[in-house]
Design a protein around this ligand. Structure first.
Ligand SMILES: O=P(O)(O)OC[C@H]1O[C@H](OP(=O)(O)OP(=O)(O)O)[C@H](O)[C@@H]1O
Ligand SMILES: Nc1ncnc2[nH]cnc12
Length: 177
């Protein structure tokens, strides 16, 4: 069956390293019908969910998180790579499918009253979203859910989120392709 979201995502073999099948959402963003369908499907999933803030992780989490926050009329909170946020921050180290890094969040961005939806383009090993979950919880806020355009089930991120007691939602999956 044709799926406008999955069909609009290109796969680039051996990028950025040999053995990685890179699922490229820039081709989805180039297609306005696919891009708006993506944001509309996330918004439909979370309408009436009581979400008070959306957290998106640099860089591709910004691309989907900011329009969703606009559509849901809630704040958009960026989680950024080190040294990019100007006020007081908390930090969290993490490991990726092809490297390692640190993520940061402004200390005044969230409070204990917040019910947070995390948004990213893709779930692979789950390292990025686990680090983002830890940052949000360090501020005392509640992680309500995580949503992704793409899940790569073979890389184990979904299991990692289950272990963290975080519900997850995906628009499409690539498995053995
Ligand atoms: O589940 P994981 O194994 O953590 O991988 C998924 C993360 O990797 C990619 O970001 P990347 O760190 O490549 O940065 P970018 O968004 O700046 O391209 C992607 O946008 C996710 O955030
Ligand atoms: N295979 C992959 N494709 C696109 N982005 C990614 N981020 C981590 N793994 C990825």
């Amino acid at each position: 069956m044709s799926d406008i979201i999955k069909d609009s995502i290109k796969t680039i073999p051996d990028y950025p390293k040999p053995g990685i099948q890179f699922r490229d959402v820039t081709s989805l963003m180039q297609n306005p019908v696919a891009f708006s369908a993506t944001i509309d499907r996330f918004a439909a999933q979370y309408q009436n969910s009581g979400i008070t803030a959306i957290v998106g992780t640099e860089a591709r989490g910004f691309i989907f998180g900011a329009p969703l926050a606009y559509k849901m009329n809630v704040p958009f909170i960026p989680v950024r790579k080190p040294g990019k946020l100007p006020r007081d921050v908390i930090s969290q180290a993490y490991v990726l499918e092809y490297g390692e890094d640190i993520l940061e969040l402004h200390t005044d961005a969230l409070s204990a009253d917040d019910k947070v939806l995390m948004v990213d383009d893709l779930l692979a090993t789950g390292g990025t979203i686990e680090a983002t979950t830890k940052l949000i919880r360090k501020l005392g806020a509640h992680v309500e859910d995580a949503c992704f355009v793409v899940n790569l089930p073979e890389l184990g991120g979904e299991k990692r989120l289950t272990n963290l007691s975080v519900n997850s939602f995906y628009l499409t999956e690539f498995e053995g392709e």
